[in-house]
Design a protein around this ligand. Structure first.
Ligand SMILES: [Zn+2]
Length: 391
């Protein structure tokens, strides 16, 4: 059975419809608007309690679903597709004693908090979007879905699809790591390697979607994914006692985490649980930095050549680029392109210090240093940096 394409009045009230911010059209479900724009949920639920709950007494036993009052999905707890994960740890980045070290080779202190997203069940922050998008798929009665990804999103969607009992096919570049293909096949999903650039995997996935054989569980397009990544912001706020940091530095390819963080902090402010939102500072891969190009220029986006280490965020045409730029502008943020050598240097240091992350994750800590060097971040500002994926 394919899910219905348009609202027809016979849908259970618990399924929220989607709306196009550009032309106003509404749908029960589509992967994008007929005008080509990404869709959003029509409803933006948030708690009505006038003050935030006591952080010490906030019940996190439901994991990411502890913030269910903010979610337009999963109203029936029995429908939720979850491994119970969350919140992820948030820790001081610096080792004990780092500040007193005076040796010449000592690194500057990170002087921030890391949020360890790589400890989630499928090894990256993509779990946050996978739990909500698979819950949405289950609500819609989806039996077969597809997704295109070069790594973490494909693994997360395949794994949560297995949890939901939904068939999945994951299109990915033929050059993807063998370990990624194994992780997808291990849970019974079909890994479909496609020759050519990353874009070719998207095109092949869209063919399956257009033929009606699979529902598009896209981390780039589907607002159900971003409703889930917003839980990153809820957790940061909770773990900071509802006193949010001055800034968050996030890696940005499709902008899945940037957009989720923006939504999440906005919802918290609308609910009155926090009184300001952090500046959102994006870290892109040099050579594939369309947001940097838009906010600055091509030289800033390409400095230092292609960053081949940051494979997870090398996205040339993210569908939600307008939303990414809005998230940065609205919060007084910025975007910079990170070189491969800076990425590798940060990666080596992270691993030496016990953070077992993949190379793409090192882009954000490398960007943190660059933001400070350029004076965009003051040394005493409170900053949170997610470490997004495990090695
Ligand atoms: Zn539209």
């Amino acid at each position: 059975m394919s899910p219905p394409d348009d609202a027809d009045g016979s849908t259970p009230e618990s399924i929220e419809s989607l709306v196009c911010p550009d032309c106003g059209a509404t749908f029960l479900d589509r992967w994008r608007c007929s005008c080509g724009s990404p869709l959003e949920f029509d409803a933006n639920p948030h708690p009505t309690s006038p003050s935030p709950p006591d952080p010490g007494g906030f019940d996190v036993r439901a994991g990411m679903w502890a913030f269910e009052e903010f979610l337009p999905i999963g109203g029936d707890p029995d429908d939720r597709v979850t491994f119970g994960a969350g919140p992820t740890p948030i820790v001081d980045a610096d080792r004990a004693g780092d500040e007193s070290e005076e040796t010449e080779e000592a690194d500057e202190p990170w002087n921030c908090r890391f949020k360890l997203e790589y400890v989630l069940p499928t090894g990256s922050f993509k779990d946050r979007g996978a739990t909500t998008i698979l819950t949405r798929a289950r609500e819609l009665g989806v039996e077969r879905l597809c997704e295109d990804s070069s790594g973490n999103a494909g693994t997360a969607v395949a794994t949560y699809a297995a949890r939901a009992g939904i068939d999945a096919e994951i299109y990915l570049p033929a050059s993807s790591a063998a370990s990624t293909i194994r992780a997808i096949e291990r849970v019974g999903a079909d890994a479909v390697p496609i020759e050519g650039k990353r874009r070719a995997a998207t095109d092949a996935c869209l063919e399956a979607v257009e033929s009606g054989s699979a529902w598009y569980a896209s981390h780039a397009w589907n607002p159900a994914f971003h409703a889930g990544t917003a839980s990153f912001a809820y957790e940061v706020a909770l773990q900071s006692g509802w006193e949010v940091p001055d800034a968050v530095v996030v890696p940005a390819g499709h902008g899945t985490l940037l957009l989720g963080a923006h939504r999440g902090f906005d919802r918290l402010r609308e609910a009155g649980w926090i009184d300001r939102t952090p500046r959102l500072l994006a870290a892109q891969a040099a050579g594939n930095a369309p947001v940097v190009r838009e906010l600055h220029d091509a030289d800033a986006a390409n400095r230092g050549g292609d960053n081949d280490a940051a494979k997870g965020i090398r996205i040339e045409n993210p569908p939600r680029i307008d939303g990414m730029i809005e998230a940065i502008r609205e919060t007084g943020g910025d975007a910079i392109a990170v070189t491969e050598s800076d990425t590798r240097a940060a990666l080596g240091r992270l691993r030496r210090e016990g953070f077992d992350v993949e190379a793409t994750s090192a882009v954000a800590p490398a960007a943190l240093e660059a933001y400070r060097e350029r004076g965009i971040l003051d040394p005493d500002e409170d900053v949170v940096v997610p470490l997004t994926g495990r090695a």
